[in-house]
Design a protein around this ligand. Structure first.
Ligand code: FDP
Length: 341
């Protein structure tokens, strides 16, 4: 049997190979952008290693700090936050970072050079689920700097989501996955722990045009506007032609709920409500990267009034409502929210 006749795949597409092959599509690329992605790969692998030990060691548990959004910060969040920063601070590719866990910009230490990219990250999304051994993940978003040189500024960070040049997430579930886009489709890799490599398992993910699953924290129903309540009632009604009633699924880890939506289709909603008119989710660390990924996969994302990626951010930790998923389902919720149905 010749090598080309073996039962193995013709190409072993590891994540690192995919990143390098992507770089070849950009003549003149310096390798710095690839360096950002491989840095993130190492960082998220280190976080995954710690996540898998979470039930075994004393790292699990709460510290008595709150993050700037008022959530209780658990130890694993801190570990993930610091690990990502330390894996990325010295590479010379970034000029500034910002993390959901830190109030201010994270500057590159003076000992290291500043580069041309900006990294925003949510180190551990869905942290309320850590203690229950339920899927959580890390989300990242990369921009090109707009300032010319030196340390990055707030101006470099506060860019609308459509200017992202890469976004992705690491998913810590029954296996670890790394899903990313650089604007040329969305690709998913699954870690083979026996060799420590990510192998291409989901090539060019396309979200179904319409789904039959909705995902939202329905405990907030009484606080929603009537338009949102009406939309959920609509999804619950019986109608074969439109595959209703939809099924309801809610993990409570945004990254996991959006990952399922990406693969199976349907809609994820975190609307504003009477207590939190701007909802709960953060534009820069959660909504923008996930909107970029879902749009790249053929879906859409809106805050109810405009495309998420067109929102011009005003502050680092601002929140906004999120409706994301299959194009037809997002169009449908939009019509309800605008009172057209
Ligand atoms: P968590 O607070 O556990 O970190 O934005 C964070 C987030 O989780 C999302 O991952 C999740 O979808 C959402 O909050 C859950 O919020 P609710 O408890 O209000 O449903």
């Amino acid at each position: 049997m010749t090598p080309s006749q073996t039962p193995y795949p013709q190409k072993f597409m590891t994540l690192e190979r995919h990143i390098i092959e992507g770089e070849r599509h950009h003549p003149g690329a310096t390798g710095e952008f690839s360096g950002v992605l491989t840095g993130l790969l190492l960082a998220t692998k280190l976080v995954w290693r710690e996540v898998t030990k979470a039930g075994l060691v004393s790292i699990l548990g709460k510290t008595d700090r709150m993050n700037i959004s008022g959530d209780i910060v658990k130890k694993l969040d801190e570990f993930a936050d610091q690990t990502i920063f330390r894996c990325m601070d010295h590479l010379g590719h970034l000029c500034v970072m910002a993390s959901e866990e830190n109030e201010d910009l994270l500057h590159i230490p003076a000992d290291y050079p500043n580069g041309k990219y900006v990294l925003l990250y949510d180190p551990l999304d869905g942290s309320g689920n850590i203690d229950a051994n339920i899927t959580i993940g890390s989300i990242f978003s990369v921009y090109q700097r707009v300032s010319s040189a030196g340390p990055g500024t707030m101006h470099d960070v506060l860019q609308p989501g459509h200017r992202q040049i890469a976004a992705g997430y690491a998913l810590f579930g029954s296996s670890m996955m790394f899903v990313y886009t650089t604007g040329h489709g969305v690709h998913g890799f699954t870690l083979d722990p026996s060799v420590g490599e990510f192998l291409l398992s989901h090539e060019n993910i396309r979200i179904p045009k319409k789904g039959s699953i909705y995902s939202t924290n329905q405990g907030n129903f009484g606080r929603w506007k009537p338009e949102m309540q009406k939309f959920i009632h609509y999804l619950q009604q019986e109608d074969q032609a439109t595959e209703r009633p939809y099924s309801s699924r809610y993990v409570g880890s945004l990254v996991a709920d959006v990952h399922r939506t990406l693969l199976y289709g349907g809609i994820y909603c975190y609307p504003g409500d009477s207590r939190n008119p701007r909802g709960k989710l953060r534009l820069m660390y959660e909504n923008n990267p996930l909107a970029y990924i879902v749009e790249q996969a053929g879906g859409s994302a809106t805050d109810g009034t405009q495309r998420i990626l067109d929102i011009v951010p005003e502050s680092l930790h601002e929140r906004c409502p999120l409706f994301i998923g299959s194009g037809e389902d997002v169009r449908c919720v939009q019509e309800f929210l605008e009172g057209k149905r």
